[in-house]
Design a protein around this ligand. Structure first.
Ligand SMILES: NC(=O)c1ccc[n+]([C@@H]2O[C@H](COP(=O)([O-])OP(=O)(O)OC[C@H]3O[C@@H](n4cnc5c(N)ncnc54)[C@H](O)[C@@H]3O)[C@@H](O)[C@H]2O)c1
Length: 340
């Protein structure tokens, strides 16, 4: 039976990829390899697990022996596991380097040893750093500006070494901000929805004018499915949308969904140590393969906000501080940012 492994598959994007691949590759064995950190939730993949459609292996991508066992016999490994929240990276950057750089290296080496046929590595547009005007294409030099994006760029450097030294079959994907259900509410959309739902104001960094592009998780998953079949080995693909918004516009849209005026619910707070003004990527390369975004944030946002309000029980632990003893609850309640 052909086999697909998704690291980080119980997280936000990984679970959307799992849903997509489960439908598109119905005869493949699906294995989700996830450490089940605070950002994961078994409910993200419960349907796939209880129906036997996917198997969950709980473990660390930095564990080489386990990684070898998990990827053994895999046709495709989709590497989505990561520490993903920029704000946390300012406080605990070593964990980011461990998971994102050493973890990627470990998965790559395991794939090399086990002869995996294709690896799709999920990276981010943040590796380009700030893009004030225009858009970065895949040839633009990397210029990461925070510990998270530096760790993602570091992972790409390890991949570059493996591509040249071992001709590893890796395709790298640099996504812009992804939105949808199941995202841990440290990122701007779920955070703001839950803030307003609990009667609190919306903490917004700086002027609120920083800009980000937003792509639906389903569209991103479709891009991954396409690149599994048609992505060129060794190539990098930007995967982004034209949907660009200032943070304050996101706040305004969400306030509007609740029936509030923005000025009544906004709370400006000092910015974080460094905050890129804008990210923007040119996705012509994957568009030439026939992919394009099918969804728009403006259309999806009411449904997404409704999902967070209906699933508020999932996230009570965030304010109660019960689920992750030892984690920095205050840090996790810092102002929301859109970043990945
Ligand atoms: N969210 C975005 O907007 C966005 C945009 C571009 C790229 N990305 C990238 O996409 C990938 C997924 O992001 P996400 O938003 O779904 O993140 P997420 O934080 O929701 O999920 C990350 C998953 O990885 C798992 N994980 C963390 N450390 C692990 C380890 N050591 N071993 C095994 N599993 C581990 C977590 O348990 C979690 O399930 C990341 O590589 C991220 O850098 C995210």
């Amino acid at each position: 039976m052909p086999k697909i492994v998704i690291t980080g598959g119980a997280g936000f994007i990984g679970s959307h990829i799992a849903d997509r691949l489960s439908e598109q590759f119905p005869v493949h064995d699906l294995v989700i390899f996830d450490k089940m950190t605070y950002a994961a939730d078994i409910r993200n993949i419960q349907g796939l697990i209880t129906t036997g459609r996917a198997e969950l292996v709980v473990g660390d991508v930095c564990d080489f022996d386990l990684a070898c066992q998990v990827v053994d016999g895999a046709d495709h490994v989709i590497h989505a596991a990561a520490e993903s929240h920029v704000d946390n990276s300012f406080g605990n950057s070593l964990l980011f380097t461990r998971t994102n750089v050493y973890g990627t290296h470990t998965i790559l080496e395991a794939c090399r040893r086990m002869g995996v046929k294709r690896i799709i590595h999920i990276s981010t547009d943040e590796v380009y750093g700030e893009v004030r005007d225009g858009a970065a294409d895949e040839g633009t030099a990397l210029n990461p500006t925070n510990p998270y994006s530096a760790s993602k760029a570091g992972a790409e450097m390890v991949i570059s070494g493996y591509l040249h030294s071992y001709r590893m079959p890796v395709v790298t994907v640099r996504g812009n901000n992804i939105y949808g259900i199941r995202q841990y509410p440290e990122k701007i959309i779920p955070r703001f929805a839950l803030q307003l739902d609990s009667g609190k104001k919306l903490p917004l960094y700086g002027s609120g004018r920083n800009r980000r592009h937003y792509l639906a998780a389903q569209d991103f998953a479709a891009a991954i499915a396409l690149l599994m079949q048609r992505g060129k080995i060794g190539e990098i693909y930007n995967v982004g949308s034209d949907d660009e918004f200032e943070n304050i516009q996101i706040a305004d849209m969400i306030a509007g969904i609740f029936g509030y005026r923005l000025e009544d619910v906004i709370d400006f707070v000092p910015d974080r140590p460094f905050n890129d003004w804008r990210y923007a990527i040119d996705s012509s390369r994957i568009r030439a393969l026939g992919w394009s975004p099918q969804r728009r944030l403006i259309d999806d946002l009411p449904g997404v906000v409704h999902w967070y309000r209906s699933n508020v029980f999932r996230f009570r632990r965030l304010t109660a501080g019960l689920a992750n003893p030892g984690t920095d609850i205050d840090a996790r309640l810092r102002p929301a940012t859109p970043d990945t």
